[in-house]
Design a protein around this ligand. Sequence first.
Ligand code: BDR
Ligand code: CA
Length: 305
Amino acid sequence: MAKEKIIIDTDPGIDDAVALAIAVFSDKLDVKLITTVAGNVALEKVTSNALKLLTFWNKKIPVAQGADRPFIEKFVDASHVHGQSGLAGFDFPEPDMSLLCSEHAVNKMRDVIMAEEKITLAAIGPLTNIALLFAMYPDVKPRISRLVMMGGSLTRGNRGVMSEFNFATDPHAAKMVFDSGVPLVMADLDVGRKAGIPGPDIEKIGTFGKTGAMLYALLKKYRSGTFESGLRMYDSCALAYILKPELFTSTRVFADIELSGTLTSGCSVVDLDGFLQKKANTTVFTDVDVPAFRSWFTEALSHCD
Ligand code: BDR
Ligand code: CA
């Protein structure tokens, strides 16, 4: 079967590193491009992290650097979760800088998308690059089979009371994406919380060769969940949907981003009950098969060199 072509927009980040490992070692995906955006840590750091990971894996996938800040909001990182470097816990060798493209992420994404008939986008960081892409180059939209995003919540937030980190970091970008007309899939916080990966599974992953040992060192420093309650592999939920959608229960709904709420700015408003009577624009996850997700996750990482 032909591999699914995909671009991954990311802000590595420990759970991004895990999701990238799954993606670049998957025999079902052809990762055409990785683009970076300011998010878990500053832009120079996330770009360096993407390059370091690919160098570590000896994968010759181009990396293009994107936006260094949200459109309007003040940039606030998540180094309390991922460490000052974004990939706390492991000393990577110097990155292969030849993987870094000279073009801006948005221009490079456009080139890659226009060279394909259909391509999947995965966004596992703030949506600044993706919103810029749709605004600057709307001709890419018909070629995008779907945009699978990690972001938002059906319940509570992790950045604000009601807002999730990726959407709340750049809520204006997120709103532009929800308005874009591109087929959207939203892997929300709730499924990531429910399907945390417990300590014994993390210990097992640590035995999976050099990538397992590297990820184990990062996961020991990761501050989202615990070994006892389960580590939250939010970004891997987006990849899991692309690779094994039957792990999730989902529904098509209208969803949007609250920009003007005095206490809820950046919140994803997911109209599960149809109160707003608006056309569905997003597939959202309402549940996850936890044992099946955990075994898929461990199995996926067992293929990494
Ligand atoms: C999201 O925020 C980041 O810290 C994680 O990498 C994930 O993409 C979860 O809210
Ligand atoms: Ca991320």
